[in-house]
Write a protein that binds this ligand. Structure first.
Ligand code: OGA
Ligand code: MN
Length: 332
């Protein structure tokens, strides 16, 4: 069932019927509509400790977050775009400019790409003046890993195979973990997925982590994805939901080991979002969350932002963060 649904949403011709894809905003606005009351597909989640949360730059007040659960998929939580425009820009720039750099690992094949590109992809892309070569380099980037590196062949994490976990992303994950009552969560491995429009991620479960009870945090930026969340086996029919720019999805509890996939990226977002100019940039909060202060300021400069904006016009980025070790363990 999972594979059939995946194929339907992936299909180019005929283009898929999207009427069953859940848009959580619609469910929220039309409070009594079918999606919410008859099938009880989406439910609003109230986060109780919003007052006590220490937020960080680029995140709107937790009081204004809209959080949802999917009663048919216990453990799935979606926080609809808790980022400000500057916040989204900051994380997009980190994912493009900084994270795919040595010592982090990238998918770029050594037979096809020079060491200079494999060690600093965005910089080499920015220097490239040949249109075809630019396109080749741009579309080849599919993932980077850091913290404990996921070995895609053995599916085993190795104590020797790791690069530092970025402190700013650590702060970001801990903020959401704290909001949901997982104050012991430790972000230890991350995969950033780059999805040019037309690319997909087929059905899988994430079970390589020795710790399978800690939640998984997933951040979406750029173009909208159709995300499929299924059950523990491929037999169960998955639910399709839109994940939009800025959405945070948490796979906790029962859903942590469920099948999921991204069959389609929809090119929807075209117009540039204006930056709120009067947003106060709190340099002290930037520092204590280990964010890159220059970058946080620079993303507000239209000229600086242009290449990032242009990349995101036909791409999606997903940051996928896991805890690897069990509580109390210091190494694998
Ligand atoms: C993954 C994953 C989902 C997404 O990286 O394991 O499931 O939304 N990503 O891109
Ligand atoms: Mn996954």
């Amino acid at each position: 069932m999972f594979k059939l649904v995946f194929k339907q949403y992936k299909s180019k011709i005929p283009s898929p019927d999207l009427t069953e894809v859940i848009n959580i905003d619609d469910c929220a606005v039309r409070g009594n509509d079918q999606q919410q009351s008859d099938n009880n597909v989406v439910q609003r989640l109230c986060i109780s400790n919003v007052e006590s949360l220490q937020t960080m730059p680029g995140i709107i007040s937790p009081k204004d977050w809209r959080s949802y659960t999917l009663p048919n998929h216990p453990g799935i939580i979606v926080i609809r775009n808790p980022f400000s425009e500057r916040g989204r820009r900051y994380w997009i720039a980190r994912c493009l400019r900084d994270y795919p750099r040595t010592p982090n690992i990238v998918n770029l094949n050594e037979r096809l790409f020079d060491e200079s590109i494999r060690s600093d992809w965005w910089k080499q892309l920015s220097l490239c003046s040949d249109g075809d070569e630019f396109q080749r380099i741009k579309s080849a980037m599919r993932w980077t890993t850091f913290g404990y590196h996921h070995n895609w062949d053995t599916k085993i994490y190795d104590e020797e195979m790791q690069s530092p976990f970025p402190e700013d992303l650590n702060s970001l994950c801990r903020l959401f973990a704290q909001a949901l009552g997982y104050s012991e969560f430790k972000p230890e491995a991350a995969i950033v997925n780059y999805y040019p429009v037309g690319s997909t991620l087929s059905g899988h479960t994430d079970h390589s982590e020795p710790n399978k009870s800690a939640p998984l945090f997933s951040f979406s930026f750029g173009q909208t994805a159709i995300f499929l969340i299924g059950g523990r086996t491929l037999e169960e029919k998955p639910t399709a939901i839109y994940l939009q720019c800025g959405d945070v999805m948490i796979m906790s509890g029962e859903s942590r080991l469920c099948y999921h996939a991204v069959p389609r990226i929809m090119k929807i977002q075209t117009s540039a979002n204006p930056l709120v100019i009067d947003e106060v940039v709190d340099d002290e909060k930037i520092r204590c969350n280990f964010m890159d202060k220059d970058l946080y300021h620079d993303v507000g400069d239209p000229k600086f932002w242009e290449p990032f904006s242009s990349y995101m016009a036909d791409s999606r980025i997903n940051i996928n963060v896991r805890q690897v070790l069990n509580p109390g363990e210091l190494k694998l």
